[in-house]
Design a protein around this ligand. Structure first.
Ligand code: RB5
Length: 153
């Protein structure tokens, strides 16, 4: 599996922790930066990660900013992306199992490296549930996206 990764300057403190988990799990990483703490705009890093997932260049994406919120809002503007913000393992696991989220966002000013590592591990190792009610709800979200793209909602 390939995972696209991106962060802004506020997310840099979690870069190493996130990449360490992905490497330990033997996953390929598409790293879009940023690489240092010089101030940058989160949307510029959310977009290539979200596009990589939407185009199928990566199966999953992980984005880190100060809160995880700017990254989540930005990534969710790209059709086909279901970005979920998580600060705990339960949310990360459910975001995959119930919502089939394909992008995880984290806040480096919210969670420390140890918690972030567990969240990333939970997210990338959980598969979407094939139970009918979850499939139905995911399908409703995709239909909502299609209606919005047609300007019909
Ligand atoms: C940067 O200061 C901060 O606003 C950004 O990392 C993120 O938290 C936005 O949602």
């Amino acid at each position: 599996m390939r995972v696209a990764f991106g962060c802004d300057h506020a997310g840099v403190p979690l870069r190493g922790a996130v990449l360490k988990v992905l490497q330990a799990l033997g996953l390929d990483v598409l790293d879009f930066g940023t690489f240092d703490t010089g101030s940058v705009d989160y949307c510029l890093f959310a977009e290539p990660v979200a596009q990589a997932v939407a185009k199928g260049d990566a199966e999953l994406g992980i984005l880190v900013c100060g809160t995880g919120v700017g990254m989540a809002i930005s990534a969710n503007k790209v059709p086909g992306v279901f970005a979920a913000h998580a600060s705990d393992c339960y949310t990360a696991r459910m975001a995959r199992e119930h919502n089939a989220a394909n992008v995880l966002t984290l806040g480096a000013r919210v969670v420390g490296a140890g918690v972030a590592e567990e969240i990333v591990r939970a997210f990338v190792t959980t598969e979407p549930s094939s139970e009918e009610r979850h499939e139905r709800r995911r399908s409703q979200m995709r239909e909502l996206e299609q209606r919005a793209l047609r300007g019909n909602c």
